[in-house]
Design a protein around this ligand. Sequence first.
Ligand code: UT7
Length: 332
Amino acid sequence: MARTTAAITAVASHVPDYKLTNKELEKMVDTNDEWITSRTGIKERRILKGENKGSTEMAKHAVNKLLEKRGIGPEEIDLVIYCTVTPDQIFPASANIVSHKTGMINAFGYDLNAACSGFLYGLVTGSKFIESGTHKKVVIIGSDKMSSIVDYEDRATCIIFGDGAAAVLLEPTEDGTGILDSILRSDGSGQEFLHQKAGGSERPPSAETIANKEHYIYQEGKTVFKFAVSNMADVSYEIMQKNDLTAEDVAWLVPHQANLRIIDATANRMGVGKDKVMINIDKYGNTTNATIPLCLVDWEHQLHKGDNIILAAFGGGFTWGSVYLKWAYDPA
Ligand code: UT7
């Protein structure tokens, strides 16, 4: 009997219009375009402006476009996994909120937090519902309004992050394409190097936590960099070995966009040339859960049925992983 796998059958994204450039950041903190470009590869990032707009504000547009592209109605979706570190509210889940906003009335859904690896965790989790046969149309969303937790007085973090959302549709297939393998890892001993100290149950919001700026991202960049370089490269190489893939077999590497130097190290370890690596960090910065699906959207017109694609990520937690999939459709 043919194996049922979960294939990505549509992709769509939404980024806010406002571009925060390196030049503008130069006026906000002690930094410069040369430092940001050479250390990270980032030129600009998008920022969601306006009051009372959370990450679902972007995600709803991505979902609407996704359904339109696939030519299906929102009521046909049976599961929504919303990957984020910036939900609209701590509860209810943003999966519920975005389902309500877009009319996905027959779906159950939940939020998934694995920091920058969240989209990969979501993709793999969603694929299991398809493989088991219980669900037929699963939407995986990666959406983050990082500007809501960035301290724009901290030059070490404010230059990195941006806002954005993207979504993919998973459907069953038996034609050999789809998500074929994955390696997901986590190590909670990395917690202290990249986290938001307050706002959860351990340190609920108070005047003191606000004064201490504990609701912003805290990152020890150098340490995270060191772990990211080795783990993301290792796990990407490991999944190639596990599936007998040579560098020539790999059509595309889709890396989490945290730092161009981490991306280069991963590609080098895999032996994959830069022409096969999706890179848009220059345009969007690190959008956390949205980076990988934003790449898929930007490169969709170049992807062909049967292309071997490796997705790889590393993030807070620590969390990291890689996914091996075969692309399921040709350009429209
Ligand atoms: O996506 C989730 C996972 N996150 C990551 O993967 C991020 C991993 N880390 C990184 O990407 C890098 O560590 C950063 C981009 C955050 C920082 O780059 P770095 O090369 O590790 O810089 P650094 O923190 O070692 O700082 C080097 C110097 C320091 O000055 P001194 O002490 O050498 O005088 C910093 O104070 O650069 C200084 N610096 C800056 N200078 C200009 C730090 N931030 C800036 C800045 N502009 N924005």
